[in-house]
Design a protein. Structure first.
Length: 432
């Protein structure tokens, strides 16, 4: 709920976060006009003391490009084109005096994250990180991260921002694998420091987690909408029905569990204010596929150093906007966006260190000592599998299955030719 009395101070920063699973579409994954997705401040400007663009914009993608290309490491062209496109769209809709610059971009397989900042906020100490959570640590699933510091105007240390984009294991029955993915990310998505590797929770003032987290709405057997996907899709048009259905959302239930060690300290806006972002029929604005139960798979979570571990449901970050963008129809997901107003930083001495997150006493995330080995084992397998897959797809004119058939057929033809040639060489062949 946005308050009409809300006021913005010059110190309170606006952070805009956008996430989209583009369904392996590559360069075709987003439309040319990104206004609806990347310019949401216009939707809330009437509640603000004056129209103002976000200070920081983070844009995350999952399934950025076909998997065989992602595993092969052939994502440079796609991510560079996406960066140019996004930056042009942001600046085209920003006030003339506002200019954005890319702070960092990072991609791993099909998961990518690009972070932009207004020119007057000079980011420093920029770091990127990546890790994979697929079989044998391969990058069909995984996460990427960006961390940086924005100093105070008066020379103080300022604040540290950490953004993590993730794509976790799919399907409703794989809840435990999703949780294992998250624990793996915490232990292996590491940022270097003079004191050793740091987890995403360590030494940061703000933490934002976005992406296709793949948690599902799982209804109990006795629920009247169980196995009635079309009726469930219709029910989602009603706000009251969505509020009831949220009680069966796997991620919400996990975060409510006081004994859970997943997503500790992270908060979220009222995701049930918008319809489930998955699974839509491709090409449709508002029609769900009957192959999967609709779910809020795409999420944005956050926390800040002024949040108390004693009140895990309360955040000092104001969620001004949290919604999906239904007009995008090239994917079975809808993109989501959130606009977050951070608390005004407390005045501190110019030499003070950046403030850091406070976690509950029984939770202390630690780096995995084998993180490097796991990451690069997966990376080597990515390249081997990806390049073989790419060659087979090339042989099959776009289809790996056809490529395998052509390869086997070619091997058979080569074997027959060698056998025939050997017979002719030995004089056993037909007389000429």
């Amino acid at each position: 709920m946005i308050s009409h009395s809300l006021t913005l101070t010059s110190m309170a920063r606006l952070v805009q976060i956008a996430s989209y699973n583009t369904n392996l579409q590559g360069s075709e994954g987003v439309p040319q006009d990104l206004f609806d997705w990347l310019s949401p401040t216009l939707q809330v400007s009437s509640f603000l003391s004056h129209q103002r663009k976000a200070d920081i914009i983070a844009v995350g993608f999952q399934e950025l490009l076909p998997l065989h290309l992602g595993l092969s490491g052939l994502s440079t062209k796609v991510i560079n084109n996406r960066n140019s496109h996004i930056l042009a769209q942001i600046e085209a809709n920003a006030p003339a005096e506002d200019r954005y610059a890319l702070i960092a971009k990072v991609v791993n397989g099909g998961v990518a994250l690009l972070v932009y900042g207004l020119d007057q906020h000079r980011a420093c100490d920029v770091q990127t990180a990546w890790t994979s959570t697929g079989p044998a640590y391969m990058a069909n699933k995984g996460s990427v991260g960006v961390r940086f510091r924005i100093p105070d105007d008066d020379g103080g240390a300022g604040e540290i921002f950490t953004f993590v984009c993730a794509h976790l294991t799919a399907h409703a029955g794989n809840m435990q694998r999703r949780l294992a993915d998250w624990h793996h990310i915490v232990g292996t998505l590491l940022f270097p420091s003079s004191e050793g590797p740091l987890t995403l929770y360590d030494s940061t003032s703000h933490l934002f987690v976005l992406g296709d987290l793949n948690f599902r709405v799982v209804l109990p057997p006795e629920h009247p909408l169980k196995n009635a996907h079309s009726d469930l899709g219709k029910a989602l048009s009603n706000q009251e029905a969505r509020e009831q259905l949220k009680e069966h959302d796997q991620l919400l239930l996990e975060r409510r569990d006081p004994n859970s060690r997943a997503f500790v300290g992270l908060r979220e806006g009222d995701f049930w204010n918008f319809k489930c972002s998955y699974k839509y029929k491709i090409g449709e604005v508002d029609k769900y596929s009957e192959k999967r139960a609709p779910s809020w798979t795409d999420r944005i979570l956050y926390t800040t150093y002024t949040d108390s571990p004693e009140t895990p449901d309360v955040s000092t970050i104001t969620n001004l906007l949290y919604t999906s963008i239904p007009g995008y129809t090239t994917s079975d997901h809808k993109p989501i966006v959130s606009l977050l107003l951070l608390p005004a930083p407390a005045r501190a001495a110019a030499t003070a260190a950046p403030p850091v997150l406070r976690l509950r006493a029984d939770y202390s995330p630690t780096p995995d000592p084998r993180a490097l080995l796991k990451r690069y084992t997966g990376r080597v397998l990515d390249r081997i599998v990806g390049r073989i897959w790419w060659l087979l797809t090339l042989l099959g004119a776009g289809s790996a299955i056809v490529g395998i058939f052509n390869f086997v057929l070619g091997l058979g033809a080569w074997g027959w030719w060698r056998s025939a040639f050997a017979k002719v060489s030995n004089g056993d062949g037909p007389a000429v």
